[in-house]
Design a protein around this ligand. Structure first.
Ligand SMILES: Nc1ncnc2c1ncn2[C@@H]1O[C@H](COP(=O)(O)OP(=O)(O)O)[C@@H](O)[C@H]1O
Ligand SMILES: N[C@@H](CCC(=O)OP(=O)(O)O)C(=O)O
Length: 374
C-alpha cells in the first residue's frame, strides 16, 4: 500500500503512547489531547471511523500519587493504573466533547481476546460503537491484569484491536519520528525508514527493545504490532505524535513517519484469533516428515509425525509445533489433552482407537485450527 492509498483508509486504530499522553510523565498533556481530538474530529468528518488506544494510566496514576518510580509491587501498580485511568478517560471525553463527539471506554485483557466468546463480544461492541458514531477509547485493564492474562504493551493491544475491527490502518504515535535504522536515542546518525515492506528481514535488527522511561515496548513491539495488524490486511504508520497535524498528514497521504506495508495475504478471521493467542500451553516435537508436510500449507498434524509432547495442556489448548531443528513452525488448538496425546504419539490412524480405548479423532491438530508461524 503506497501513501496515497492511505487517503482512502476508512477504519483506523490510533495508538498513543504514555510519554506523549502524559508529557513525559509530568501529568496529562491536555493541550496535546485537545489537538489530537480535533484532528480525529476532522478525520471523522471525512467519513473515517476511529478507534483510539490510549496508554498512560500507570504514568498518570504515578503523577497523581506522587510516585517517582514505576511501582514494582503488583497491587501498587494496579492501584496506580486505576487512579490514572480515571484521569485518562476524563481528559479524552472532554477533548471529544468540544467537537460534539461521544467517546466510550473499553478495557480489555488478554483473556478477552483469547476466549472465543469474549473475542466475538468485544468485536461486536466495537463495531456497534463505530456504527453509532462513537470513538472507543481502549486500554488494557491493568487493574485486574496479572502476568498470566496480560497483553503487556499497548502496541500489541492496538494491533489486536486492528484485527478485531478489520481496520485498514494502524497508526502508532510515539516520541520519535518513526522507525529508524538504529535507536535514535543512542545513534544520532540513525536514518528514518520512511517506507518498507514487512517482508524485509533487516527491519527486525533495526528495532531495538530499548525504550523511554515510561514506554513498555520500545520499537520492537511496534514492529511486531505491524506484523499482527498485517494479518488482517492493515498497513501501519509509526509517526511522531507531536508533529503538527500528524494524523491529518497521514490521511492526506503525505510522507510522515514510517509506513510499514503488509507483505502477505490476509489470514482468515478464525486463524487470526488462533495466531493472536499468547499463551502456549505445550509443545509437539515433530519429525522431519511432519515438519515438511506442515510447512506445505493446508495440512493437519497427525500423531504419526510427532515424537514427543511436552507441557500440561487440555483439549482445545494452544500448542506449538517444533521442528527437529528446535524452531517453532506452527501452532494450533490440540484435539487431545497432554495425557491422551502422550498415548498416541507415533501411532498410525488405525492404531489410535486401540491405544486410547475409544474411537478417536485422526488429527492431533486439525488444519482449520492450525496456523504457520515460522
Ligand atoms: N530503530 C528504532 N527507531 C526508533 N526508535 C527506537 C528504535 N529502537 C528503539 N527505539 C526506542 O523506542 C522508543 C519508543 O518506544 P516507547 O518508549 O515504548 O514509546 P511509547 O510510549 O510511545 O510506546 C523510542 O523513544 C526509542 O528510544
Ligand atoms: N496500559 C498501560 C500502557 C502500557 C504501554 O504499552 O505503554 P506504552 O508503551 O507507553 O504504549 C497504561 O495505560 O499505563
Amino acid at each position: 500500500m503506497e501513501r496515497d492509498k492511505l487517503t482512502r483508509a476508512r477504519r483506523w486504530v490510533i495508538k498513543i503512547g504514555s510519554s506523549l499522553v502524559t508529557a513525559k510523565g509530568q501529568g496529562l498533556d491536555r493541550e496535546a489531547i485537545a489537538d489530537w481530538c480535533s484532528q480525529i474530529a476532522a478525520l471523522r468528518a471525512e467519513g473515517r471511523q476511529i478507534v483510539l488506544v490510549s496508554s498512560g494510566a500507570v504514568a498518570e496514576g504515578m503523577a497523581r500519587l506522587g510516585l517517582k518510580k514505576r511501582p514494582t509491587d503488583i497491587h501498587e501498580l494496579q492501584a496506580a493504573a486505576a487512579v490514572g485511568q480515571m484521569g485518562l478517560v476524563r481528559a479524552w471525553e472532554l477533548g471529544f466533547e468540544a467537537h460534539g463527539t461521544r467517546a466510550a471506554q473499553i478495557l480489555l485483557t488478554h483473556e478477552d481476546v483469547a476466549d472465543r466468546g469474549r473475542y466475538l463480544n468485544a468485536r461486536g461492541t466495537l463495531n456497534t460503537l463505530l456504527e453509532l458514531g462513537v470513538v472507543p477509547v481502549v486500554n488494557e485493564n491493568d487493574t485486574v491484569a496479572t502476568d498470566e492474562i496480560r497483553l503487556g504493551d499497548n502496541d500489541t493491544l492496538g494491533a489486536m484491536t486492528a484485527n478485531l475491527i478489520e481496520a485498514d490502518l494502524l497508526v502508532i504515535l510515539t516520541d520519535q519520528d518513526g522507525l529508524f535504522d538504529a535507536d535514535p536515542r543512542s545513534n544520532p546518525d540513525a536514518k528514518l525508514v520512511s517506507e518498507a515492506s514487512l517482508a524485509e528481514p533487516q527491519l527486525v535488527a533495526m528495532a531495538g527493545d530499548s525504550k523511554g522511561v515510561l514506554g513498555r515496548g520500545g520499537m520492537r513491539t511496534k514492529l511486531s504490532a505491524a506484523h499482527i495488524a498485517a494479518r488482517s490486511g492493515a498497513a501501519t504508520v509509526i509517526a511522531h505524535g507531536r508533529a503538527p497535524d500528524a494524523l491529518l498528514q497521514i490521511g492526506r497521504g503525505q510522507s510522515i513517519g514510517s509506513l510499514l506495508k503488509p507483505a502477505q495475504g490476509v489470514m482468515a478471521a478464525r486463524k487470526r484469533w488462533i495466531a493472536g493467542q499468547l499463551q502456549v500451553r505445550g509443545q509437539f516435537h515433530l519429525d522431519e516428515g511432519a515438519a515438511q508436510v506442515l510447512k506445505a500449507q493446508g495440512k493437519s498434524l497427525l500423531p504419526v509425525g510427532v515424537r514427543q509432547a511436552s507441557g500440561n495442556f487440555e483439549r482445545g489448548d494452544l500448542v506449538a509445533c517444533i521442528a527437529p531443528d528446535g524452531r517453532e513452525i506452527a501452532r494450533g488448538l490440540s484435539n487431545y489433552g497432554s495425557g491422551d496425546a502422550q498415548r498416541i504419539l507415533g501411532a498410525r490412524g488405525d492404531e489410535l482407537a486401540q491405544r486410547l480405548g475409544h474411537p478417536a479423532e485422526p488429527e492431533l491438530i486439525h488444519r482449520d485450527n492450525l496456523v504457520l508461524t515460522g
